[in-house]
Design a protein around this ligand. Sequence first.
Ligand SMILES: Cc1cc2nc3c(=O)[nH]c(=O)nc-3n(C[C@H](O)[C@H](O)[C@H](O)COP(=O)(O)OP(=O)(O)OC[C@H]3O[C@@H](n4cnc5c(N)ncnc54)[C@H](O)[C@@H]3O)c2cc1C
Length: 438
Amino acid sequence: MNNAETTFITQNKNVPVIAGYDVVVCGGGPAGFMAAIAAARGGARTALIERYGFLGGMATAGLVAPISVFNYNGRRMIGGIPWEFIERLMEVGGAEEEKPLGNISFSPEKYKLIAQRMVLEAGVSLYFHSYLSGCQKVGNTLTHIFIENKNGTEAIAAKYFIDCTGDADLARLSEVPMQPAGATLQPASLIFMLGGVDTDALPMIRHSQQGVNYHDLTIRQMLEELDKTETVPLFGGPWYCGILTKGMVLLNMTRTYADMIDNRQATATECRLREDVFTFVKLLRENVPAFRNAYLATTATQTGVRETRRIQGVYTLTGKEYLDACDFPDAISRGCHPVDIHASVTHQQRCEFLKDAAFIPYRCLIAPGFPNLLVAGRAFSADEIASASVRVQASVMGLGQAAGAAAALCVPHEADVARVDIAQLRETLIGYGANLAK
Ligand SMILES: Cc1cc2nc3c(=O)[nH]c(=O)nc-3n(C[C@H](O)[C@H](O)[C@H](O)COP(=O)(O)OP(=O)(O)OC[C@H]3O[C@@H](n4cnc5c(N)ncnc54)[C@H](O)[C@@H]3O)c2cc1C
């Protein structure tokens, strides 16, 4: 018998329920670890599930830097636990703020350390090396999630669940409807770290002015010139960012179209972009004096993912509302980054700058008819324009803070997430330091 001809296998197994919590957060990226801290500080018994052995998501596993952006025209717009995290990072020499925008260069290793300290100090139970693989529900009420790790398959019960996987994995497993597919997805990029760079000679990109797009035009023109005579892989930017260590620089320049939630495309993308990294290191060494002695220190743990699924929430934030900075009675966070859309098959990037800091309503974090599920991070409910701004790290931290605070407020009354007391939620967030004033 040819086993490969079998198309489906039905599995029945007993899965141990290992623990129960008030709130379970899936995904420990910028949105997720903020959500977990906020939920725990709000008094909820909280667990955080993460597939890697460290926190930070794209910031650490994807080596995405800088953290963009906390300020609009020099005014702090995203405050509270997200900014407390930056201050804690600064205390250990792990972050530097560029004023007036509030872009943060950081050390990825110190980021992992401070994020885990803050999560553990808040009393959150951490489950590392645990992949969310399924869920159990009664109607649309989630009762358990399933995780896979070296112990096997395990189930965890909770009253509320927050999906911060970036790809809306838990929402998909729960059968929440997703936004219709757009014309295309933003590209995936494998970021790499170089050592041996003459960082004194390299003009570090400084995000010093509102309304300006920053990348290295000299290197871009050099690559465009070379492309006429030899094969240069598809690139964007390039953008580079220091990690607060002399000689070390993160490079964001590889890119390709890929639907990274398809495992076969994700595998092919990792292989292709790793080849491209080696080509770019050679080109930079040969053509840019500051990189003459550079060496590849590491590639990111995974290729960076800008865009995949987004939920169809109770409300979908549109690009027009976002760019018009429309205020909402249930606004729970802000966005200050431009609408930032990268082309996936050319070098191009479309940037639309905000005329004011935008508002994000709570209804974008919940799905109609799903009483105990919240979604924070880049998978929240927005069209492709609004999400192309909110997807950056400071903004998703703000969404995570709001989702965690909301879940904690629901716990005592076992309230439907759609019925959270908005006035109390906004008051709690303002108490943390969020800026929700017009
Ligand atoms: C190339 C690139 C450049 C970028 N440039 C910038 C920039 O300059 N500035 C900026 O601020 N932002 C930038 N971004 C955007 C930003 O990094 C992300 O949008 C942001 O990190 C999203 O946060 P998140 O918490 O929603 O998701 P993520 O950061 O993706 O975190 C999701 C977390 O969930 C975990 N996870 C996922 N699925 C599962 C599962 N099934 N089980 C368990 N765990 C799971 C992941 O391991 C991860 O830790 C860039 C992104 C890319 C890809």
